[in-house]
Design a protein around this ligand. Structure first.
Ligand code: ZN
Length: 340
């Protein structure tokens, strides 16, 4: 009960990459970089296990960014000539690569880190991939001229890699779709369909992570402008409830998301955000257990997965470590409180 998991990313150590940045530059080069990625992955596997978490991730230590890490292995994308583009409905600007021809995978994308993580934990392993709609929102299109067509092209590639990750022994494959909370109508109209194409044929658990973004200033400012009640999830949850995806995440702690929206996810496992990624304050075990208790009004305890609101990548390593422990301790307390 209350199997704990993180959304995905964790901070990179300073000997691997620049710290507290969303698109950090790697510090070592060549073989040394590969070794450093593996070492960092090992540290975070151990930290998650020590914190008592049940579902372990690689902390995305081997990719520069959660979207571009996948795109680097895709043919048809020009990474040498990035352009500045407003993303997430112009909430912030990013340097994005351009799609210039038909898309194809150059080969495996995440074999190294998935197989490495699998070899070093006996617990359940979750692996994250960007969702098709969020990818489309994080590249400049110079070829397809149609967002849905391009999303479906990316979904096919994601599916190819997801099936290979499943064969590597990954237990849960999660697609990250923060764009679902930005383009709500599109998400319900075709985003979920593209997501299901990406998950087609998977027999392992599948998940979708939807959030209000990392705790960076542009996101915090955006959230402050969303009013006292955040109902973005309301548009896409019914479509997800009818989909083949097994697990759906939502932000809870310190957010203005009405908890009753979880009722729209009837039958799904719900990753409930009990850890705030936009605050450096460390949650107490009591606070985490309280959030779980409130969520229990709307989701059955066997379907409740205590989770972080989003990735912890831009935070400091010490704070991220402490937040992992708060998640583990809070879930343990909740098992005592609500176990019988
Ligand atoms: Zn997120």
């Amino acid at each position: 009960m209350f199997e704990t998991a993180i959304a995905g990313s964790l901070p990179k150590p300073e000997w691997l990459a620049e710290t507290q940045k969303l698109w950090p530059k790697w510090v070592p080069q060549g073989d040394a970089l590969q070794r450093a990625k593996a070492d960092a992955t090992l540290i975070w596997i151990k930290a998650q296990e020590d914190a008592g978490l049940d579902v372990i991730g690689d902390g995305e230590q081997a990719r520069q960014h959660f979207v571009h890490g996948f795109l680097e292995a895709v043919e048809g994308i020009d990474f040498d000539n990035k352009v500045t583009m407003g993303i997430r409905d112009n909430r912030y600007e990013a340097q994005v690569p351009q799609v210039i021809s038909a898309l194809r995978l150059k080969g495996r994308v995440h074999a190294f880190e998935a197989q490495f993580a699998r070899a070093h934990t006996k617990r359940k392993l979750k692996f994250t991939l960007p969702g098709p709609m969020t990818i489309v929102d994080t590249v400049a299109d110079r070829f397809y001229g149609d967002r849905i067509k391009m999303a479906m092209a990316f979904a096919e590639l994601l599916n190819e890699e997801a099936l290979a990750l499943q064969a590597d022994g990954v237990d849960i494959i999660q697609f990250d779709e923060p764009a679902f909370n930005v383009y709500m109508k599109d998400a319900a109209d075709w985003g979920v369909q593209a997501l299901e194409r990406a998950a087609q044929g998977l027999t392992c658990k599948t998940a979708v992570h939807i959030c209000y973004g990392y705790g960076i200033k542009a996101n915090v400012d955006w959230k402050n402008a969303l009013g006292h009640e955040w109902r973005q999830y309301e548009a896409v949850f019914p479509a997800l409830a009818n989909s083949s995806i097994d697990q759906v995440s939502l932000e809870c702690f310190n957010s203005h998301v009405p908890m009753e929206l979880m009722k729209l996810l009837e039958g799904k496992e719900v990753m409930v955000g009990v850890i705030d990624v936009a605050s450096e304050a460390i949650e107490t075990a009591e606070e985490v257990a309280d959030t779980i208790g409130r969520a229990l009004q709307f989701v059955a305890r066997e379907r409740l997965i205590p989770c972080t609101n989003c990735g912890l990548a831009p935070m400091s390593r010490d704070i991220a470590m402490a937040k992992l422990k708060a998640l583990g301790d809070g879930a343990a307390l909740a098992r005592q409180r609500y176990g019988s």
